[in-house]
Write a protein that binds this ligand. Structure first.
Ligand code: IPE
Ligand code: IPE
Ligand code: MG
Length: 256
């Protein structure tokens, strides 16, 4: 009897990704921490703690793959309305996580950035964050942006105010207000627009996140809860993104 050696190569999602067509910028709405914890009979805060493990893995996975910008919805302006116990726990988690991860960020050449109304963060949190941003400022790898106390509508409103001020001062003519000028007045002025936006937890909404910036992003929704999301899931989303035809208003024939 002949024995045939059958070699089965199991290709992971990562191996199937075309590295020449990576999204430059991936934005994620990390949702479902509370439900994840509740499902395990634990307090919501337990979910936030476990969500940090997903952040760590996804940041490493994104950097390893060669994604240039990763923007994580970490705390929305609306999240201030949660019970104060939860808000305090999240802010403390933020401080301790930055503290714990800073070494890893330096090792991995990650540049930390933040967008949102950061002045509303507790002082200790703001200082810790700013310290880490300063410390990683010279890093040239993945740009990791945390959206904190973030509201896209407020960002847009603030941009409109800034522009109005410039017009009032006479440094800007209304006819010179272009899309680029507008974008330069957003928190994200130093980031390209995300090509891929991921939301976990089976919710199909944007929740006031990057409304201007995702005008042409590919949207990817998964029912996985954030603490269950790992780099393999990110790779799966990127693979899905690469299967799409991005037409930007043109016909299929034009883009091919
Ligand atoms: C996302 O998980 C984390 C934050 C919004 C801070 P949630 O806390 O929203 O978890 P669910 O959506 O209630 O399950
Ligand atoms: C969006 O999640 C904000 C973050 C992930 C930080 P939420 O859980 O706050 O959003 P909604 O309330 O489901 O829209
Ligand atoms: Mg939620």
């Amino acid at each position: 009897m002949h024995l045939w050696a059958v070699s089965i190569t199991i290709m992971g999602y990562k191996d199937q990704i075309d590295l020449s067509r990576l999204p430059q910028h991936v934005a994620i709405i990390m949702d479902g921490n509370g439900r994840w914890a509740k499902g395990k009979g634990k307090l919501r805060v337990f979910g936030h703690h476990n969500g940090v493990l997903s952040v760590r893995d996804v940041v490493e996975g994104a950097g390893e793959l060669g994604v240039k910008y990763l923007t994580l919805y970490t705390f929305s302006a609306e999240n201030w309305n949660r019970p104060s116990f939860e808000v305090t726990a999240i802010m403390e988690l933020l401080v301790s996580t930055i503290n714990k991860e800073i070494k890893k960020l330096m090792q991995n050449n990650v540049k930390l950035n933040a967008i949102g109304d950061l002045a509303l963060l507790p002082k200790r949190c703001h200082n810790e964050l700013q310290g880490a941003i300063d410390q990683t400022a010279g890093n040239t790898g993945l740009v990791l942006t945390l959206a904190l106390s973030y509201s896209s509508r407020r960002e847009l409103m603030q941009a409109a105010k800034n522009i109005a001020e410039q017009v009032k001062e006479g440094t800007l003519n209304p006819e010179d207000i272009t899309e680029d000028v507008f974008a330069q007045n957003l928190y994200t002025h130093n980031l390209p627009d995300p090509e891929l936006m991921i939301r976990t937890s089976g919710e199909y909404r944007i929740s006031n996140y990057l409304l201007w910036q995702i005008a042409y992003a590919e949207l990817y929704f998964t029912t996985k809860l954030w603490p269950d999301f790992r780099r393999e899931d990110l790779y799966e989303a990127i693979l899905d993104y690469q299967k799409r035809e991005r037409r930007f208003g043109k016909t299929s024939e034009q883009v091919n």
